[in-house]
Design a protein around this ligand. Structure first.
Ligand code: GLA
Length: 690
């Protein structure tokens, strides 16, 4: 296997103005409290080590109580108070929640759901992103804020809007339909191209006039899938136009960097590779889901995805929770120590700012049961004590600021594949792109690998192994990119139901998997999905190496959900179906292409079986699973001539890690062995070669 180039160090990007060390704080909503409470807040913020707060995110109705009349007095006083206390400000534009007067004046700006319901006022969620009145109003309030505070000495960052795509991502209003037609005209030029892309000869859907092209509102049977895919693209584009308009209004008056908080991995509406190009600093919100059995793995995935979106540069954890949230069916409180492990996992995976929703728990409103840094129980509480301890710990980690995380493995992440695959009438309801991403990620996490995510058309040269996790929509260009990666010496592992359709949701010419045919040495002749709850055995006495005897046959594994009828075109069989609809046919294959190797796995393996398969795949990639201790998460941040090993013990029993260095939280040398108590965290400065 030829040596692969070392991952390049990303160019440093802009960072918080005046930000040194690790930023710490949260959303701050002082407008919910009398002003005498503010003075108490800043005293407690200093006690907790808070140095950055996000303000004004939902304050439009207070800042512009009537159309065109602004009241900035309270925000002036707040920013002065924070500045006087050395607390920096991430200033929100309040456009995620327009005031009542706006909807009264412009009722046509209300969002219409797919079923035709007009959504009312009294919650939050922006107006229709394509509404001209909404866009004009957002630019006006944003310009007013930028003119007034753009050079304020407390200002570290601009926080545009809040979580684009939630709670509203698609709008089926007349304004949206008009904008959709304009977007389609730009994309296709004329109706002939639109008809061809949408395959409208099918079911007699051919359009002869632009006015007849509409948003894909509820239909009697399955709607045209390409129309829906394009509507998802358009809806994302419309949201991004709103962001860009606000960002540019800010930039006209302020040099301070601009962000908007993503929901990487949990917002289906936004194509974040494109969003990441528009922000100055990537920031992300992440919440644990009570139903996850290993929430630390989902958290790590979101953090790795965010770092990848940031191109490896430091990013901001804009929101997470100190304990329970308030919007799940059962809002489970965090266990003692869990908040610190969560925070340090984000930090270990590249976050240089650790913020919460929110500073002080709200007494009223929809989120009054949401945890906060300062809970209803006050400063006598466990949560407060842990918040203060975390502030102290982050203070001790200041030197990690700007250091980098490196990964040898990448998993493809492509929002278009999600959009296309999540439509109706796919070959099996059990197909699930996200499930495969999570399964591969979990297997890699358990083997101790730090993972990047990559767009299928991105430069993959820095990786040894790339995983294609049921990437249903895969363009020819992406197929060529992956094939070049293999030819150049990379190892590719491809799941079933990858490379099926192109950008228009049309089956690839040449059949299923055609874009990866050369890299994998096969095509798929027919899908053989399993019945509900069905399983198949795969195994056999085949070699899983290049014929050099380095790897024994694969043990017998169990597949569910899927099998394929594979037509081999040079690939070697690693495992055969022992039963089921594809009995006797290839199940797992390995193919040498150029200097690299392409693996194909045509059934759904559980995480343990995936780990067994990956052990073989690692040999080709020149990787190995780190013999880890169950429940111990280790990530490394690299500085110049120094590494920082972040160790998180998610188990109950203490664990020992062989490492020689200086543990920063305790201030002690490790003397060759680091002991991490059950549930504990440690960060060791290691000087390689010292
Ligand atoms: C989201 C929002 C916040 C708050 C939190 C609660 O992330 O951005 O305003 O509602 O959820 O978990």
């Amino acid at each position: 296997m030829p040596p692969r180039p070392a991952p390049s160090t990303p160019r440093p990007g802009p960072w918080l103005v005046g930000g040194e060390g690790i930023a710490y704080g949260g959303d701050y909503t002082p407008e919910q409290w009398p002003e005498e409470v503010w003075a108490q807040d800043v005293i407690l913020m200093r006690e907790a080590g808070v140095n950055l707060v996000s303000v004004g995110i939902f304050s439009w109705a207070l800042l512009e109580p009537e159309e065109g009349r602004f009241e900035f007095g309270w925000l002036d006083r707040l920013l002065e108070l924070l500045h006087a206390n050395g607390i920096r400000v991430d200033l929100g534009t309040p456009t995620a929640s327009p005031p009542a007067w706006f909807f009264h004046a412009y009722p046509e700006a209300r969002v219409v759901s797919r079923e035709g319901t007009v959504l009312g006022f009294g919650s939050r969620g922006m107006a229709g992103p394509s509404s001209p009145a909404y866009r004009a109003a957002t630019v006006r309030i944003t310009t007013a804020l930028a003119q007034r505070y753009g050079r304020h000495p407390a200002l570290a960052l601009w926080h545009v809007h809040n979580e684009y795509g939630a709670p509203v991502s698609e709008d089926y209003s007349p304004a949206s339909a008009a904008a959709f037609r304009r977007w389609l005209a730009d994309r296709y030029g004329d109706l002939e191209h639109l008809n061809a892309a949408w395959g409208t000869t099918f079911w007699g859907q051919r359009y002869a006039q632009w006015e007849h092209v509409d948003v894909p509102a509820a239909t009697p049977s399955v709607a045209n899938p390409t129309q829906r895919l394009d509507f998802a693209r358009f809806s994302d584009h419309a949201l991004r136009e709103c962001f860009v308009a606000e960002r540019d209004a800010i930039r006209a008056h302020s040099d301070v960097p601009v962000t908007t908080n993503f929901m990487a991995g949990s917002c289906p509406a936004t194509e974040l590779w494109q969003w990441a190009r528009e922000v100055d600093i990537v920031s992300n919100d992440h919440y644990l889901t009570a139903s996850e059995t290993r929430p630390e793995i989902g958290l790590a995935l979101a953090a790795d995805l965010t770092r990848s979106l940031a191109g490896g540069r430091p990013w901001i954890l804009m929101e997470h929770s100190t304990s329970a949230v308030s919007w799940q069916p059962r809002n489970v409180a965090k266990q003692p120590g869990e908040m610190a492990r969560n925070a340090l996992s984000h930090l270990g995976r590249g976050a240089d700012a650790i913020l919460f929703f929110q500073w002080r728990a709200s007494r009223s409103g929809a989120e009054k049961f949401h945890s906060a840094m300062l809970p209803h129980a006050g400063t006598g509480s466990r949560v407060w004590r842990e918040v203060v301890a975390l502030g102290r710990d982050l203070g001790a980690l200041a030197e990690l600021r700007g250091t980098q995380v490196r990964a040898d493995v990448a998993i493809l992440w492509d929002q278009e594949s999600f959009w296309a695959q999540d439509l109706e009438w796919r070959p099996s309801v059990d197909l699930d792109h996200r499930e495969r991403i999570d399964a591969f990620y979990t297997a890699l996490w358990q083997a101790g690998h730090t993972v990047d995510f990559a767009h299928p058309e991105a430069d993959l040269a820095a990786y040894r192994l790339v995983v294609v996790p049921a990437s249903y929509l895969l363009s020819r260009a992406a197929g060529d990119n992956l094939t070049r990666f293999v030819a150049g010496g990379g190892t590719l592992l491809v799941s079933y139901f990858s490379g099926i359709v192109d950008e228009t949701d049309a089956v690839h010419e040449g059949g299923y998997l055609a874009p990866l045919r050369r890299a994998l040495g096969l095509t798929v002749e027919e899908f053989l999905p399993l019945r509900e709850g069905g399983s198949v055995r795969v195994g056999g006495e085949h070699r899983s190496d290049a014929g050099d005897g380095s790897a024994p046959p694969m043990p017998e594994l169990e597949g569910t959900v899927w099998s394929d009828d594979i037509a081999l075109e040079g690939a070697a069989v690693v495992s055969t179906y022992l039963d089921g609809p594809a009995a006797g046919r290839p199940a797992i294959t390995r193919h040498t292409h150029g200097l690299g190797t392409g693996w194909y796995v045509s059934t759904r393996l559980g995480v343990d079986d995936l780990m067994t398969l990956l052990d073989r795949v690692y040999r080709d990639a020149g990787l190995s699973a780190r013999a880890g201790v169950a429940g111990l998460e280790v990530v490394v941040r690299h500085g110049v001539g120094v590494d920082y090993l972040v160790a998180l013990n998610h188990g109950d029993a203490p664990v020992a890690v062989a490492v020689d260095g200086h543990e920063l939280l305790s201030g002690r040398a490790t003397d060759g062995t680091l002991k991490v108590p059950g549930g504990g965290v440690a960060v060791v400065r290691v000087t390689p070669g010292a």
